[in-house]
Ligand binder design. Structure first.
Ligand code: BJW
Ligand code: ZN
Length: 260
């Protein structure tokens, strides 16, 4: 177990009142979800504009639907990992703990985290572009393999934010607020290149948070982070959660044990 935290981080783990965990694709790597920009990343094989864009969807809805259906099947067959679970443990001991995620894989929710802002949508949700009706993952395409709304005949799309699309306003505003109010801000497994999400660590830092980056590789954030914990997020987050739990344990419990 890693225990070599700097004195400044150790103090935050003990005392921070408001904590934000900002996650990207890297946190789900240990569950088996590929990243977007790594060596084996999704965008190394597929250009986003070919499958993950409004243009692509309008050109060939059946193909884009099939691609997302395939990714949904993979995501549904995997499990949250030690990193997701560590954030659940942190939420239990920190007064204000917020997850802001760019991920669409629903793994934070499945792990049991409660306060989650999803900036880029969620692959388990779909909606009709014409009437707005929402559908869960069990929505099926018609005989022609087209994702068509059973209510109005409009096209049903995944509830995911493609490039050039606005982020969900409430989620974004709540994320900015949480970042501005954070004492401690973790940036976990994100290349920090996709805006506006990528601005959150800097928003937090400007407002006075202690910014800790967790990533096996340096990113554009690294030089501005207060601390860079280099490595896979699972074991690092587990060690951070262990330390938080240890130093925030009710003193009365220890006292009682000591008194017998
Ligand atoms: C590990 C690990 C382990 C590996 N443990 N870590 C020019 C300049 C500035 C901005 C723009 C610009 N041109 C266009 C824009 C705006 C654009 C943008 O930011 N583009 C940049 C790429 C240049 N942004 C937008 O379009 C956004 N909307 C917007 O701005 O609206 C306003 C607007 C309206 C109209 C016109 C213009 C603007 C929307 C962004 C939506 C992003 N959507 C996606 C795809 C969803 C669809 C799908 O999934 O199919 O969301 S893109 C993709 O990137 C996905 C992710 O959420 C997002 C972020 O990626 P993430 O999570 O950081 O993943 P990676 O792969 O990049 O990094 C993984 C990291 O993990 C790496 O660092 C690894 O080292 C690490 N790692 N193993 C921990 N074990
Ligand atoms: Zn409809």
């Amino acid at each position: 177990m890693r225990t070599d935290f700097s004195p400044a981080l150790a103090r935050q783990l003990r005392e921070a009142h408001a904590v934000v965990a900002f996650s990207g694709a890297g946190i789900s790597v240990e569950s088996g979800v590929p990243t977007f920009r790594g060596a084996d990343g999704i965008w190394t094989k597929i250009k986003p504009e070919e499958l993950a864009s409004m243009n692509a969807f309008m050109k060939n809805p059946a193909l884009v639907w099939e691609w997302y259906a395939h990714r949904r099947t993979i995501i549904e067959s995997i499990e949250p990992n030690e990193g997701h679970r560590a954030l659940v443990r942190m939420e239990r001991v920190v007064p204000h703990f917020t997850i802001v995620t760019q991920n669409i894989d629903n793994l934070h929710r499945r792990a049991g985290s409660k306060v989650i802002h999803e900036l880029h949508g969620n692959i388990e949700r779909n909606y009709c572009m014409k009437c707005g009706r929402t559908y869960r993952s069990d929505f099926t395409v018609n005989k022609e393999k087209m994702p068509v709304c059973t209510e109005c005949g409009g096209l049903v799309r995944p509830d995911i934010v493609w490039f050039g699309e606005m982020l969900p306003e409430e989620e974004w505003e709540a994320s900015v607020r949480a970042s501005e109010e954070a004492d401690l801000f973790f940036s976990i497994g994100t290349s920090a290149v996709v805006y506006p999400a990528a601005s959150l660590p800097w928003i937090a830092k400007r407002a006075g948070a202690y910014v800790v980056e967790i990533n096996p590789e340096a990113t554009s954030l690294t030089k501005d982070a207060d601390e860079f914990l280099q490595g896979s997020s699972g074991p690092i987050l587990a060690a951070l959660a262990d330390e938080m739990e240890r130093c925030r344990r009710e003193p009365s419990t220890d006292d009682r044990q000591r008194r017998g």
